[in-house]
Design a protein around this ligand. Structure first.
Ligand code: SAM
Length: 319
């Protein structure tokens, strides 16, 4: 499989950077003020290319981080099929094919012909095999081992969101929903999680339980972060100087089969001081706990020194 960054650089090279920058600014404004659910945002070739150049490296990084967590929980899970709903230019497909070499049949569903066409060209450049690009609405989800929907719920009405997630639940053995790591994105993920649980799926990640989220409403939001390098093209389009960015995301993964979730999940940046690590952990009992790990428990302390935000936590520590 080729490199997404290289494929993007080749596609972008056909457009003047100033034109792409202008279209990116328009897209940012549309996403910031809220997308009209009746409209198609990626409605031209240049809009699709600008979206891919500006957002796809980040959505790809977030999905890669999610699939790393999920595939790590069930190393024996070897999905053959995947459907990515509202898949646009195919970020989830690149990340899923990297996580699961067993995938043979992959379908990307989207309403934007231009996004699908670009996704197909990028996949061709990267040598991605077995991917079908289907123009359709989000309600039409064929059954698959893995069904994903990333960064789409914000473009739907509240009613359509619940229907869309219910369609994912009917179709998928494993369902993954990803949204921006903002308070609003987290709220949408929480609502999606409720729909998945009501449909009989069990939460696999990030939560180690399928009960109510213990984060008090309005006080905090569960999210994670994925660091990605910015290519020269990416920097130019974003008018950015830093060579990297941190993509914040919220997500839920839920499965129909009985998966064993992690015993605990680190839901904040660990605070590491000399001889001591403080972790905020969401536990299998459905509660949040602030755990302090010291050298008095050497094994747990070694684990705690290495653990990162979003990782599973299996060790001990005192509250
Ligand atoms: C922000 S983009 C996300 C693309 C991709 N999933 C990603 O993570 O990069 C949202 C996508 O959802 C698609 N979409 C929005 N509403 C849709 C609908 N009702 N039916 C099909 N696709 C839809 C858009 O065309 C667009 O490609």
């Amino acid at each position: 499989m080729g490199d997404l960054g290289d494929a993007l650089a080749d596609e972008v090279s056909g457009f003047p950077p100033a034109r792409l920058g202008e279209v990116v600014r328009g897209l940012i404004e549309r996403y910031r003020t809220g997308v009209d659910p009746r409209s198609v945002v990626l409605d031209s070739e240049v809009a699709a290319v600008a979206y891919a150049a500006y957002r796809m490296p980040a959505t790809h990084a977030a999905l890669g981080a999610v699939f790393d967590v999920v595939s790590g929980l069930a190393p024996g899970f070897e999905p053959a099929s995947m459907v990515d709903v509202g898949g646009g230019t195919g970020a989830a497909v690149w990340a899923a094919l990297a996580a699961w070499g067993s995938l043979r049949e992959v379908t990307v569903i989207d309403q934007s012909a231009q996004a699908l066409a670009l996704g197909k060209r990028l996949a061709g450049r990267g040598g991605l095999r077995g991917v079908q690009w289907r123009r359709a609405g989000i309600g039409e989800v064929p059954p698959a081992d893995v069904v994903t929907m990333s960064y789409v719920l914000n473009e739907l009405t509240e009613r359509a969101r619940a229907d869309a997630v219910a369609a994912l639940a009917r179709a998928g053995g494993l369902v993954v929903v990803v949204e921006p790591g903002t308070p609003a994105g987290y709220e949408r993920v929480l609502a999606a999680r409720d729909v998945l649980v009501a449909a009989g799926l069990r939460v696999v990640a990030p939560c180690p339980h399928s009960g109510a989220c213990p984060i008090p409403t309005g006080q905090d939001w569960c999210h994670f972060t994925a660091r990605l390098n910015r290519s020269a093209v990416h920097r130019k389009i974003k008018d950015a100087t830093l060579g990297f960015e941190d993509e914040k995301f919220s997500y839920v993964a839920a499965a129909r089969a009985d998966w064993a979730p992690a015993p605990g999940r680190v839901v904040r940046h660990p605070v590491k001081r000399k001889g001591l690590v403080s972790l905020r952990v969401c536990g299998a009992d459905g509660a949040l706990a602030d755990v302090t790990v010291t050298k008095r428990t050497p094994e747990s302390y070694r684990d705690a020194r290495d653990v990162a935000w979003g990782d599973a936590w299996t060790g001990n520590g005192s509250p």
